[in-house]
Ligand binder design. Structure first.
Ligand code: AHR
Length: 488
């Protein structure tokens, strides 16, 4: 049996609570038929499915992004306010079907409040205008006394919603998507109009600009141009098996990690070299360093489509995918210094941890991992030094047997998160000065296990610990609480 040593170093780097974020879009049955379903017996008077809501509340999302995604390119927020029966229906030109917009801005804000999440809105740069985006800011954040703020009051909300996070476009580099901003110069030119209109309306909002790890030219130009006002740079990551077999998504995640690490020097350089904002803009510039918003991430095997699912959105997540989720969370925590926000894409029915099936709802394997991290992560990053042996994952190459990150709690205890990918048990020898207190271990009967409405395949075991080492089963996701020894 191999014993793997781990050492830890305390830091003052906060782990942003906003890394536990989620995303909902007008796409397939994510909102209509998932979050919102007035026809369901589980819906309340406002049409919100309570069985789904309870499961979302279990994840305690800290931030929720809406209304897209790609759908943001055709979303006109005025379609989704006022009396529901009068709202405008439109064809969903992106994902198919018709949207009736009965779930609009006020419903979204109410939903965020019922799950305790900060709202994050994405404006329409394709078929919308900068003025329309600023009017949305006014509707959400304005004090009564102007036209759109008064419409919010009319809709039953005298107090401003106080929406802080605004995404300036979505994946605007994607040439096939609607919108004329796929060349960075045009994104910058149009984007600045949005910045000016929106920031003049509410100078306190935080802006998220589109970046792309795969396109350094785009990202450099966007950072150079928006540096003085860029609070967050958006990055999206979807892992996929591709042609690398069942472990292909892990290889894809490791490629993302490497690209992220290679990109950070550029982010820091651009963040530090931004010019101060000319006072004639009449709103303040950015004060803090630019951080990353990984505002869409997940496994998406889009090649595995079906006749009713042309984009492969209805992913059934296996236990292997849940291990991937642990490794993705480790990546975000390990980069706490630079990553300020992450949003799993998406929350219900589409690439989702929560599914509905008629009147029933259930959680996928990945849900348990997301909940484990949300419940156990501490406030500060601990740097880990750990070398894992590798195992042969076939066409995906060599993968680490164990992947680790650590956080520090306010009470001085630390939590190690360990994803054991390999087929062998792992024994960790705990860092000097610490002793084990308790662990939570998630496992399943097989890597291909999935959950269904009637069957829960993930097992959660809580184990009291003592001593200086801990044994972890193969193919597991674990949180291990360790405390300083008396002598430490
Ligand atoms: O999450 C599904 C889609 O993936 C989003 O609409 C888009 O932003 C991304 O390409």
């Amino acid at each position: 049996m191999r014993t793997l040593p781990i050492t830890l170093e305390k830091t003052d780097i906060p782990v942003s609570p906003l890394i536990f974020g989620h995303f909902i879009e007008f796409i397939d049955r994510c909102i209509g038929g998932g979050i919102y379903d007035p026809e369901s017996p589980s819906a309340d008077r406002e049409g919100i499915r309570q069985d789904v809501l309870e499961k979302v509340q279990g994840l305690r999302p800290t931030i929720l992004r809406w209304p897209g995604g790609t759908y943001a390119n055709i979303y006109h927020w005025k379609d989704g306010i006022g009396p529901v029966e009068k709202r405008r229906k439109r064809k969903n030109l992106i994902w198919g079907g018709v949207e009736d917009h009965r779930f609009g801005t006020a419903e979204f804000i109410r939903y965020c409040r019922s799950v305790g999440a900060e709202p994050m809105l994405c404006v329409n740069m394709a078929s919308g205008t900068a003025e329309e985006a600023a009017e949305w800011v006014e509707y959400c954040n304005g004090e009564s006394g102007t036209y759109y703020a008064d419409l919010r009051v009319r809709d039953g909300f005298p107090e401003p919603f106080g929406v802080k996070y605004w995404c300036i476009g979505n994946e605007s580099y994607a040439e096939p998507d609607l919108g004329a901003q796929h060349l960075p110069g045009r994104y910058v030119e149009d984007g600045w109009e949005f910045v000016k209109h929106m920031k003049l309306m509410d100078p306190t909002i935080r802006l998220v600009f589109v970046g792309a790890l795969e396109d350094e030219g785009w990202t450099r130009e966007a950072l150079e141009a928006f540096g003085p006002v860029c609070d967050y740079l958006s990055l999206h990551h979807y892992s996929a098996e591709g042609d690398k077999g069942p472990y292909g998504s892990f290889a894809s995640l490791l490629t993302f990690r490497k690209a992220l690490e290679d990109f950070l020097p550029l982010l820091h350089e651009m963040s530090g070299s931004a010019k101060p904002l000319n006072p004639w803009y009449r709103f303040p510039g950015r004060e803090a360093p630019i951080r990353l918003a990984v505002d869409e991430w997940n496994i998406w095997n889009s090649a595995k489509k079906g006749p009713d699912d042309p984009y492969g959105l209805r992913m059934k997540y296996t236990w292997r995918d849940a291990l991937w989720t642990g490794m993705a969370m480790n990546t975000f925590i390990a980069h706490a210094e630079d990553i300020g926000i992450t949003n799993l894409a998406q929350l219900v029915n589409v690439l989702a941890p929560i599914m509905t099936s008629g009147d029933k709802s259930y959680v996928q394997t990945t849900y348990h991992v997301l909940k484990l991290y949300r419940d156990w992560a501490g406030e500060k990053l601990m740097r880990c030094s750990f070398t894992s042996p590798s195992f042969d994952a076939g066409k995906a190459g060599m993968l680490p047997e164990a992947d680790v990150c650590a956080t520090l709690q306010r009470d001085g205890t630390a939590v190690l998160f360990v994803t054991c990918l390999g087929r062998e048990e792992v024994t960790l020898s705990l860092p000097a000065g610490y002793t084990g207190e308790e662990s939570v271990v998630l496992t399943a009967l097989s890597l291909d296990a999935v959950n269904t409405p009637g069957q829960e395949s993930v097992r959660c075991t809580r184990i009291p610990l003592s001593g200086a080492s801990v044994r972890l089963p193969p193919e597991s996701v674990c949180a291990i609480r360790i405390k300083p020894t008396e002598e430490a």
